[in-house]
Design a protein around this ligand. Sequence first.
Ligand code: V0V
Ligand code: CO
Length: 149
Amino acid sequence: MVLPLLTRIDHVGIACRELDHTVELYRTTFGLEAVSFEVNEEQGVREAMLRVGAAAPPGLPGAGYVQLLEPLRPDTPVGKFLARRGEGIHHIGYGVADISQALSDIGGTGIRLLDERPRHGSMGASIAFLHPADLGGVLTELVQFVTAQ
Ligand code: V0V
Ligand code: CO
């Protein structure tokens, strides 16, 4: 196992009821701009990525993001979260160099994997989630950038 498994903070995921309104709130309050809008049917979200800090060199990871998440339906992870807890921080996404290896290594520690294999994530990344109940109440996402990091 190559430690540490987590190489950087990729994004903070924030659940909101109205994506466009919240994007505008971050723009007018902080001057952050959305660099990507996507609908992810598998995850049940419409989401925007707001880059914080300088852009990474082309094709390289490095920038951190705020990920604003609006549920596509009530019976989705973010829809259920909003109903239960209201708007707020939903998950933290960490960069990993090799997501399949990281899943295997973390699975071996007994932490429950919500995804046994990587899924399609924002801006072409491969993502996988770990169970919040095994990580101090924090829903944790692994993110492998679109090219090797
Ligand atoms: C639920 N719980 C959470 C939580 N959501 N705890 C911390 N953070 C969260 N975000 C707790 C909840 O309070 C309950 O605790 C327990 O989990 C069961 O809650 P539930 O409402 O019954 O929900 P479940 O069991 O149906 O699902 C919860 C999990 C689910 C975490 C398993 O949301 C999931 O599979 N999430 C992963 C996928 C995801 O979140 N996708 C959206 C982001 P107590 O009361 O029992 O103690 S998509 C994304 O980030 C993308 C595309 C990207 O970055 O590229
Ligand atoms: Co995320």
